[in-house]
Design a binder for this molecule. Structure first.
Ligand code: FAD
Length: 523
């Protein structure tokens, strides 16, 4: 058996479908995204018979790898590109390092160039960050550090406070969270609905610092920095228990592939190119080819909207009414670029260290908000971007001397007021590069080839409804006990994807939680 790691997730069928259908399984998992694979690994480790059915030829869902360019030595992480929230228990319990999982923590973690030619580094070591802030805004050092400390406090209380790690198992409800933060009003405001703009305003005055900080509150979210709840989006991304955000050696998809290899070693059977057409509660699933696969439990890694379309009998259930009101439209366009050379940033033309950071392209809170408002009206206005260059850490993802650049940009609508994504995709891609060119004028010349993925492209490629990167917004109204839980309330049907508690990103814990629920119920 070729390791999933070596085949870049293209695993095919392990046996003819008729053979797989002749067995009766403890659990069938619809979808081989990283969470479906994680659920499979835990169930197999517990001795259950598990079959993963992935629609696409390649495993990983939004956490995968591709070679989309003419030169196939460019290894592209088409969707997710950075790891930070993967649960340490998943890494340890599935023994991922033995299957090849290695990371490089990004340090500096952020570099932001400003229009006046100054710039700001943020480092893992907060004293270095304080020194960098002091250089451009000495009066804001204390406020900046208090801002960082606020989000660290939230992380510590949620992940290792009196309730233990709230990511594990069922979500705490609103009252339990209030109780947890009863002595910390500022933190409670972040959790229950403050805007990132307000929280930043309460801490710093310098407009450049505000430009540098606000983007973390809107990542993947169809909301602007002035909109309520965006402070929580930043908090969610600050909950890392693996030392911050970093690159995965060989590309982000390796996370999924290592999980798949761990699952297979424990006995899980993984089939790719096997789309499920119907989930039949209490019975199993029917494949698009018509075959019925019997299973005691069906665990869907597909998002709730897709899952409901597979459930012919969901109407009238509490699950369906939650699906009907689920906010799941993405404002993100992703550009994956092959570069002949690294671009030259006007604010720092000679320092290679900047490419080791996430490079933040942001002019002001108000311009980011305007871009969000424009996208709400159907206008693509890429204004805020994050750029990631993997090659300074890991040259294995590009031919010698060349580089990759991931651009995560906002805001774009799913449906354009004028034209369609098919007629305007490349123009919108140019718009993203133009936004970067304000700070790195030669960016267009550095790009040899690029892949532009708007929300409909992500939807088509990965099956994420609306292209939503978290299988649904992670604003406070869709978090905690308002998120989906692993148990759908429908006989033998579970969810294990990013739409479940504790939310989206490459975390694995959603899959682990689902497996634990199934194991408890199968007893
Ligand atoms: C552009 C983009 C950038 C991102 N960047 C980051 C990042 O840098 N870091 C990070 O941590 N997170 C990032 N995310 C978010 C993260 O990738 C997702 O939240 C996470 O990967 C979701 O994983 P999942 O396993 O829950 O679901 P998915 O990855 O959505 O997997 C679901 C799987 O189910 C399969 N499926 C669906 N329907 C069927 C069916 N009928 N039959 C069989 N199979 C089916 C799909 O093909 C898919 O493989 C990004 C996402 C996107 C889109």
């Amino acid at each position: 058996m070729t390791a999933t790691y070596d085949s870049l997730g293209v695993v095919g069928l392990p046996a003819p479908i008729s053979e797989l259908a002749a067995r009766s399984w403890d659990a069938v998992i619809v979808g081989g995204g990283h969470n479906g694979l994680t659920a499979a690994a835990y169930l197999a480790m517990a001795g259950k018979s598990v079959l993963v059915l992935e629609a696409r030829e390649r495993l990983g869902g939004a956490c995968t790898l591709e070679t989309p360019f003419a030169d196939e030595r460019f290894l592209v992480s088409p969707c997710a590109y950075l790891v930070g929230l993967l649960h340490p228990r998943v890494i340890e319990e599935l023994d991922l390092e033995r299957f090849g999982y290695r990371t490089f923590t990004a340090d500096p973690n952020q570099w932001t160039p400003f229009e006046d030619g100054t710039s700001l580094f943020q480092w893992q070591d907060s004293s270095r960050t304080a020194a960098a802030v002091k250089e451009i805004a000495p009066n804001d050092v204390d406020g900046f550090m208090a801002y960082e400390a606020l989000f660290e406090r939230i992380r510590d209380r949620l992940r290792s406070g009196p309730r233990g790690d709230v990511w594990l198992g069922d979500s705490p409800d609103h009252a339990a969270l209030e109780e947890l933060f009863v002595d910390d009003v500022q933190a409670a405001e972040v959790i229950f609905g403050a805007s990132i703009a307000d929280v930043i305003d309460n801490h710093v005055k310098d407009e450049r610092l505000k430009a540098a900080l606000h983007g973390q509150g809107v990542i993947g979210t169809f909301a602007g920095p002035h909109d309520p709840g965006t402070a929580w989006v930043h908090a969610h991304h600050s909950l890392s228990m693996i030392g911050g955000w970093g690159f995965v050696e060989g590309g982000m998809g390796r996370v999924s592939f290592c999980i798949a290899d761990s699952a297979r070693e424990s006995g899980a059977v993984i089939a790719a190119g096997a789309p499920v057409a119907e989930i039949i509660p209490g019975q199993g699933v029917r494949l698009v080819g018509g075959e019925l696969i019997n299973a005691k439990a069906v665990i869907s890694n597909a998002d709730p909207v897709q899952t409901s379309s597979l459930l012919m009998s969901a109407s009238g259930t509490a699950f369906q009414s939650k699906v009907d009101s689920w906010a799941i439209t993405s404002p993100v366009v992703k550009l994956n670029c092959a570069l002949s050379q690294l671009p030259t940033f006007t604010a720092s033309p000679n320092d290679p260290t900047i490419f080791k950071a996430q490079v933040e392209i942001a002019r002001s809170i108000d311009l980011t908000q305007s871009a969000c408002d424009a996208a709400r009206a159907g206008i693509a206005q890429p204004e805020w971007c994050e750029l990631y260059f993997q090659t300074p850490y890991d040259s294995s993802v590009a031919p010698p001397g060349m580089h990759t650049m991931s651009v995560f940009a906002q805001y774009v609508p799913y449906e354009l007021a004028q034209g369609t994504w098919d007629t305007r995709r490349e123009e919108i891609g140019d718009g993203v590069l133009d936004a970067i060119a304000r700070f790195a004028p030669n960016i267009h010349e550095c790009v040899i080839e690029r892949q532009v993925l708007g929300p409909p492209d992500v939807e088509e490629k990965v099956g994420l409804t609306g292209g939503h990167i978290f299988q649904g917004e992670i604003l406070p109204e869709q978090m905690w006990d308002q998120r989906f839980s692993a148990r759908t309330g429908i006989d033998g049907v579970y969810l294990c994807g990013a739409a479940t508690h504790p939310g989206g990103s490459v975390m694995g814990v959603n899959g682990r939680n689902a497996a634990m629920a199934v194991l408890a119920d199968l007893k």
